[in-house]
Design a protein around this ligand. Structure first.
Ligand SMILES: Cc1cc2nc3c(=O)[nH]c(=O)nc-3n(C[C@H](O)[C@H](O)[C@H](O)COP(=O)(O)OP(=O)(O)OC[C@H]3O[C@@H](n4cnc5c(N)ncnc54)[C@H](O)[C@@H]3O)c2cc1C
Length: 395
């Protein structure tokens, strides 16, 4: 068994939600007493996924590990004030447990049922409704083409994602974690671990390196360590809008056509993945308004006719760190690269996974194993072995 890593230096590249969650849990771990340095290229965090997310959490996944991760995360979010208060000042992330409603067509109903059974077997509070029950429960819903729907009665909803990231960061700093503004340009392996090369020529020696650099930098940092992964940066846009008519009890609705919509205060936000042939790797932040007008709005208004009349707000774009192998993250140590850890490829569900993944990475760095939740199913070894852990519920 790997020995506990007391008194070591850990360098984390990327200090948004994943890097900051890892830093917090590590600084708080009783078996770790080393130095933690977070290198972040943009302390304003304005462009990172953590700041541009729809910040929603669900139990409705098709992979067991993702359900277990969400169960820890929701418990953590509910008690965030207890976990992340600094000098008695508790953060607020405005968690709304409004539930997800996954709708399925006839073709998708079997998969919905399979997922539901798996989710229930893990104790997730999900209820399945027939078309007739949906029509009765949600009078504003057009149930054309819908066979069934699954609703998260508790444990699912949305929150202030930027607030969560800042709460982790603030708590980590209060525990002695050092945040340094800088760009990690590359890595070199040597007999003492990793030589981290920063923009401007500075170098930093560390025994443990953690790559939480997300869509904008994570894959490149892997490549510089000799690891070529199928992780790409895919643009996703969020379109806010207002509607005069109130849609009562609207959960985060996921339509079989691929779009989602949820309340945001008194307004709404929605989004949709583009068709595969219109989804190249990209790093720009341009909002494609035609996409809303031509692709999204018609589907939205078809499913919820009250949305035929709406007023669009100020839309924005961000990037998923998409794992083309199986739409699940690679998390944990990389066995071929001693002292190299990663948490990358979250494919649009990383914000809600940050508490469990940060805790898991910290445990592994501190003790050599996962102590609370075994994150081995997300290990990079599945990529080497050619055994994908395909997540079928990607929103
Ligand atoms: C539009 C949109 C909607 C989403 N909706 C949801 C949702 O509803 N629920 C959910 O759970 N997830 C959602 N996600 C996904 C979620 O936001 C991400 O999975 C999560 O924020 C990833 O966090 P991260 O810290 O790994 O990466 P990021 O937030 O991208 O942070 C990476 C950080 O690394 C820094 N960095 C990059 N390269 C370097 C370098 N070389 N040196 C130093 N620093 C570097 C960056 O500046 C950045 O701050 C959404 C994402 C988007 C874009």
């Amino acid at each position: 068994m790997t020995q506990p890593q007391r008194g070591r230096r850990v360098v984390i590249a990327g200090g948004a939600v994943m890097g900051s969650a890892t830093a917090y849990f590590l600084a708080n771990h009783p078996d770790f007493s080393g130095e933690i340095i977070v290198i972040e290229k943009d302390p304003s965090y304005q462009l990172c996924a953590s700041a541009r997310s729809a910040a929603s959490i669900r139990q409705q996944f098709s992979s067991a590990i993702n359900i277990s991760i969400s169960q820890f995360s929701i418990a953590f979010l509910r008690d965030i004030g207890k976990h992340l208060a600094v000098s008695g000042d508790a953060p607020h992330i405005d968690l709304v447990e409004g539930g997800y409603l996954f709708l399925a067509s006839k073709a998708g109903a079997q998969q919905l049922n399979q997922n539901h059974q798996l989710q229930r077997s893990f104790g997730a509070d999900i209820t399945c409704y027939s078309r007739a029950q949906l029509a009765q429960r949600y009078p504003w819903l057009n149930t054309d083409g819908i066979e069934a729907g699954c609703y998260g009665t508790s444990g699912e909803g949305w929150f202030d994602g930027y607030g969560l990231m800042q709460a982790f960061r603030r708590k980590a700093r209060s525990l002695g974690v050092r945040y340094v503004q800088g760009v990690v340009e590359g890595l070199k392996k040597n007999e003492c671990g990793w030589l981290v090369q920063l923009e401007g020529g500075e170098q930093l020696q560390t025994e443990i390196f953690v790559n939480t650099a997300g869509a904008s930098g994570g894959a490149a940092l892997c490549r510089s360590a000799g690891l070529d992964l199928p992780i790409t940066s895919q643009k996703r846009m969020i379109f806010p809008f207002e509607c005069k008519e109130e849609i009562r009890n609207l959960p985060l609705l996921v339509d079989p056509s691929g779009f989602y919509v949820r309340p945001e205060g008194k307004s709404y936000i929605c989004g949709c993945a583009p068709a595969a042939n219109k989804d190249p790797e990209c790093f720009d932040f341009a909002v494609e308004h035609d996409f809303f007008m031509e692709e999204l709005w018609p589907r939205l208004a078809h499913r919820i006719p009250a949305f035929e009349s709406l007023r669009p707000g100020l839309a924005w774009a961000g990037h998923y760190d998409m794992n083309g192998f199986d739409q699940n993250a690679f998390v944990g140590p990389v066995p071929q690269l001693e002292g190299f850890y990663l948490a990358l490829g979250f494919s649009g569900h990383g914000l809600q996974q940050a508490p469990a993944v940060g805790r898991g990475l910290a445990e592994h760095i501190a003790t050599g194993t996962y102590q609370s939740l075994d994150l081995t199913p997300l290990s990079i070894e599945r990529f080497w072995n050619g055994t994908p852990l395909l997540e079928k519920n990607v929103v």
